[in-house]
Design a protein. Structure first.
Ligand code: UD1
Ligand code: CA
Length: 461
């Protein structure tokens, strides 16, 4: 949708969160609530977004550093109309302005698209989004005439008994034609129960101007769920989790226990992948087809190919190629590029390393700051000694190397193609290709030692 800009109100104090952190920065699946609203605004075509900040403004600005985002400061909280006025410079007469809230993260782009379509089809100057609810207490009410035409939106505190009986609420979300918003904002007054400049009053003002004003009744009222406390944060997270999990299942992903599976909003998962219970899959993670993930695994910002078996492990900010197996109890730390058909087995930690296709690290190893080629075998207990107490150094291991059990490779060091490192060696110098390197004390046998020891003990007593 062209010609659309969005204003997100986020100046409120959020006292009920009992937090030093701004309410809108509280996270659901590692993403701030405000981030969801920004992404939704962009997903329905907003070319730029203005966030109205007030309380903890600097903190919010620092946390949200994205392109196409600007900020307007509301130093005093004088109501939703006043907050939008703070973004006056952002409002363009020729554009549509979508109004959203930083603490209402469940609103979907699909719903907003439908609102925008209705707004354009009816040629409205403003369309307010409403919803039918059982308990309307506290909300603004949408008042219509006998024919069903919109008359006004009245705040709970200002409403008469008859008006309070109305079940159609103002969700607080609107699409304004820019020029209409500009003209109405200038005429808002604060002679009401709360002494605030109410944004909903713009609707009545525009109607009196003879403009077209519509109320679009949205089907799913959970989308407008606002978060004011940690209890509500958990409730919102639960609604979102169910929505995300359902989408993956509909796309052909098996979730063995969806109630116990936590998948971030931006995660992509391929068909016939099975997610076992207790997984937390976050950030920009992409998982291919035919994988098995879990149980009890964490994946953050991971790129995972097809046919990967990832068992009871943690992996962060790295990539894993097709048909590789990981775990159980492996720890893949940031910046690893692990190839295809690799085995990263139990109690293996890999960090800032490249691991070539077909390489095996089956158990109990630390591979850090290492460039490992293809078809290497790391024996049990291999350690890449990358840290000298001051600096980290890299280890290079060429294709086909066999690293014996309990080997230390002290970086910086390079091991040539197809060489063997004898078990128990501590390698401090480069090793050329096709050799056996042994760096350990030779075994010696002391004959008659036991007999001698018995004699010594006897003579002492
Ligand atoms: C508002 C609507 C009400 C609607 C309800 C839906 C008004 C006057 N009322 O009421 O009709 O039913 O939302 O949830 O608009 N904010 C600012 N600066 C301010 C005031 C508010 O940034 O000066 C922000 C808050 O941070 C919050 C949002 O605007 O995110 C809503 O403000 P709030 O005072 O909670 O409005 P409601 O009383 O919920
Ligand atoms: Ca209020």
């Amino acid at each position: 949708m062209e010609n659309l800009k969005a204003i997100i109100l986020a100046a409120g104090e959020g006292t009920r969160m009992k937090s030093k952190k701004s309410k809108v920065l509280h996270e659901i699946m590692r993403k701030p609530m405000l981030g969801y609203v920004i992404d939704t605004a962009k997903a329905c075509g907003a070319e730029s977004v203005c966030v109205v900040v007030g309380h903890q403004a600097e903190q919010v600005q620092q946390a949200i550093q994205e392109q196409d985002i600007c900020f307007a400061l509301q130093t005093e909280r004088k109501g939703t109309g006043h907050a939008v006025k703070m973004a006056a410079d952002f409002i363009e007469a020729q554009k549509d302005i979508l109004i959203l809230y930083g603490d209402t993260p469940l609103i979907t782009a699909e719903t907003l698209q439908a609102v925008l379509e209705a707004h354009h089809a009816a040629k409205n100057s403003v369309t307010v989004v409403s919803a039918m609810v059982d308990d309307a207490t506290g909300y603004g009410r949408i008042i219509r005439d006998a024919a069903g035409n919109f008359i006004k939106s009245v705040e709970h505190k200002d409403a008469t008994e008859t008006e309070r009986a109305v079940k159609e609420i103002n969700t607080g979300i609107y699409v304004f034609q820019g020029a209409a918003l500009q003209s109405a904002l200038g005429r808002l007054q604060n002679n009401n129960a709360q002494g605030e400049y109410y944004l909903p009053d713009c609707l009545e003002i525009l109607l009196q101007d003879g403009e077209r004003v519509g109320a679009y009744i949205a089907a799913d009222e959970t989308e407008f769920f606002g978060v004011n406390s940690r209890v509500q944060l958990a409730e919102a997270a639960d609604i979102l989790k169910k929505r995300i999990n359902r989408k993956h299942m509909e796309n052909g992903v098996t979730l063995v226990d969806p109630a116990n599976t936590y998948i971030g909003a931006d995660v992509v998962i391929g068909q016939d992948t099975v997610i076992l219970p207790g997984c937390v899959i976050e950030g920009k993670t992409v998982i291919g087809a035919d994988c098995e993930i879990g149980p009890n695994s964490r994946l953050t910002d991971m790129q995972i190919g097809d046919g990967v078996q990832f068992q009871s492990s943690t992996a962060l900010e790295s990539s894993i190629g097709n048909n590789t197996t990981v775990g159980p109890f492996a720890y893949i730390r940031p910046n690893c590029h692990i190839g295809e058909r690799v085995k990263v087995g139990d109690f293996v930690e890999v960090k800032n390393s490249n691991i070539g296709n077909g390489t095996k690290i089956p158990h109990l190893s630390y591979v850090g700051d290492t460039d490992a080629g293809e078809k290497i075998n790391f024996g049990c207990g291999s350690i890449m000694v990358n840290y000298d107490g001051e600096k980290k150094h890299r280890t290079t291991i060429h294709d086909g190397v066999f690293v014996g059990c309990n080997v230390n490779l002290v970086a910086p060091v390079t091991i040539g193609e197809n060489s063997y490192i004898a078990a128990g060696s501590t390698i401090t110098r480069d090793v050329e290709g096709n050799v056996l390197a042994v760096a350990r004390a030779r075994q010696s046998i002391i004959q008659g030692w036991k007999e001698k020891r018995i004699q010594t003990k006897k003579s002492e007593s």
